[in-house]
Design a protein around this ligand. Sequence first.
Ligand SMILES: Cc1cc2nc3c(=O)[nH]c(=O)nc-3n(C[C@H](O)[C@H](O)[C@H](O)COP(=O)(O)O)c2cc1C
Length: 306
Amino acid sequence: MEKLYAAPLEGLTGFVWRIAHRQVFGGADRYFTPFISPNANCSFQTREKRDITQNEENLIPQIITNNEEYFIWAAREFAELGYDEVNFNLGCPSGTVVSKGKGSGALRDLDKLDRMLDGIFEALPDMKISLKTRIGIESSNEWPAILQVYKRYPVSDLIIHPRTRRQMYKGEADRELFLDVLGSCPELPLVYNGDVWSSDDEAFEYGCGVMTGRGLLQHPSMLREVRGGEAASREELSIFHDLLIDGYRTYMPGELPLIKRMKEFWFYFSNSFEVSDKEIKRLYKSKNYAEYASAAEAIIRGCDLK
Ligand SMILES: Cc1cc2nc3c(=O)[nH]c(=O)nc-3n(C[C@H](O)[C@H](O)[C@H](O)COP(=O)(O)O)c2cc1C
């Protein structure tokens, strides 16, 4: 079986989600932290530190930066904590990130990217380094030159989300382009990422790794199913939900942030159920924990599973 990865989603797949997901559903060979952004202070934010110090197995920390030295500093800190692999975010399309030349913004100046990768791979000979990338900023015509840069380095995984930055999360992921790379570069450790919504997606037949993000949030048993396991049961979905609540409670300062976080989760999780507009609106409109819990319970206990 090829590698099956859970994608990082800022605000959604932090340690609470990952630990609950592993416990209830499993099926992912690796999880990735949402991006960690090292800076000149040479210290991680509390949230970042917490996310990488929960003794999770098969967790790869992800760095986003436009600065080689910051990358090397952060990767060495990860190594001190016991990690032997790090992932470089070259895909994030958000305006504030891209304007600083980070995420997919790093694809704008390929000479600089090349120099940065050169310095990073040189400085970290004992660390596995994987890349997660988009296929261009404005157009996929940029891709051949980007690929030429990546091919110079011994990347441990090249995870491709075949959209441009301009597309954000809209339009089609260019699976044809991905399959071209797969066919023409058999030496590359490729991982496909983008719009994998179910266990019968053809990506699982590509013969390379597959990473899924939003699809896994919607159907948390997806990767277990790919391995021949069962679809999520109602009981499992209920346990999973409660583990998230318990986990967020341990560090969130009160009811309202907790409910807000859970509503973000439900944006995807509601797709596990045949839920009516009325039921989901009730959940989104809840103003305190009691209202939230009652709305969530009604869906989890009452709605058919999809
Ligand atoms: C809300 C949100 C947050 C994301 N945060 C990250 C992130 O921190 N790091 C990253 O590499 N990708 C991030 N992504 C991109 C996903 O990892 C993934 O590449 C993208 O959603 C496409 O895959 P999917 O269709 O399977 O979700 C994020 C996507 C979304 C929608």
